[in-house]
Write a protein of this length. Structure first.
Length: 346
């Protein structure tokens, strides 16, 4: 049983946790809770069910993509979940995962716009890779479909379930998530550029060309780095009524990013824009990786979760799950982090 779970849900080293819009941008959910003073035990239950829904939905997206790409992945010599399975077995597994995600979604079906968002998500997730539409090979349309299904719609679901909040916060946060998702998905296409050229897979990167694709990636990366401080300022202004020590923690979290942002600008200017600012290089543990991933996905949600724990200790459950998901129980993982290395060099 564990082997089966690991095969179908543990796709590519448990990507359902690492490349999941809800977990990547968990700080937005915690901010909504603080803005609305919603930290009751029932909200905690909603969070846990929604997390399960997110995991299963993300798994469905990955599995339907692997099902559609079995032959193509074989040509690229890439790993595929269903490489050793029959077509019928692949369909049954994918259908089961979707049925389980639908069961988790029932709890939220009466939330504003949730049903509509879910239908659009299902359509885009399914036909992103499945013929006859196969949106992933339709250039700009495919890239937009991927970002919308994998990042944009999930974060709108968060606002649907845990809102309401001011429109300004929705717009700023959704824009940040969109560009962060665009950076990630476009980088993935650029990494696959050579293979996709060889098999004539018409992704956005192939259609637009390598150089232009890299320029758009750089624009997206810079835009997300500019949007996050605006979101942080909004959070600080609207949480100013927190108790003094909790507000001080929030300010400290925000200042950490601002310090990193201005330091990164200094490094770019000092090197005359010759620095590699791509945060997706697996060999790098630098400021740019910290600003794109470690800060918004790990430090910021952990910090906001700690603040909520002071209000309701039951949220230690979520804090523990976050630490387990990010493997923060491992000293080896902590030793590899950018922050640890900064103190080590100091």
């Amino acid at each position: 049983m564990l082997k089966t779970i690991n095969k179908y849900l543990g796709w590519r080293n448990w990507a359902v946790f690492q490349y999941n819009s809800i977990f990547e941008n968990l700080f937005i959910l915690f901010t909504i809770l603080l803005l609305n003073s919603r930290t009751s035990f029932s909200v905690l239950i909603d969070i846990l069910i929604f997390a399960l829904f997110s995991i299963l939905s993300t798994s469905y997206g990955y599995l339907i993509n692997d099902f559609s790409d079995r032959d193509l992945d074989a040509q690229h010599q890439k790993a595929n979940t269903f490489s050793d399975d029959s077509a019928m077995q692949a369909v049954l597994v994918t259908g089961l995962i979707f049925a389980l995600s639908a069961a988790a979604a029932v709890r939220f079906i009466d939330k504003p716009f949730f049903a509509g968002l879910w239908v659009v998500w299902f359509f885009l997730s399914t036909f992103y890779s499945l013929p006859p539409l196969r949106l992933k090979e339709r250039g700009k349309t495919g890239l937009l479909a991927a970002v919308t299904a994998q990042r944009f719609i999930p974060i709108l679901m968060v606002f649907s379930i845990f809102g309401p909040v001011a429109t300004g916060f929705v717009v700023l946060s959704a824009a940040y998530v969109f560009f962060r998702g665009l950076s990630s998905d476009l980088n993935h296409q650029l990494e696959d550029y050579t293979n996709d050229m060889q098999t004539d897979t018409q992704t956005f990167a192939v259609k637009t060309g390598l150089q232009r694709g890299q320029n758009i990636l750089r624009f997206s990366l810079e835009t997300e780095k500019l949007l996050l401080p605006v979101v942080l300022i909004y959070i600080l202004v609207n949480l100013r009524n927190l108790q003094a020590y909790l507000l001080a923690l929030t300010v400290g979290l925000a200042l950490l990013y601002f310090a990193g942002y201005f330091y990164s600008l200094f490094k770019i200017v000092a090197t005359k824009n010759k620095l590699d600012v791509n945060p997706f290089n697996p060999e790098q543990r630098n400021m740019f990786q910290f600003m794109h991933h470690s800060y918004p996905s790990v430090l910021l949600p952990l910090g906001l979760n700690v603040i909520i724990c002071f209000i309701n200790p039951w949220f230690l459950v979520v804090l523990g799950l976050q630490m387990w998901m990010r493997e923060l129980y491992s000293f080896q993982i902590i030793k590899q982090s950018f922050i640890f290395n900064i103190f080590k060099r100091g």
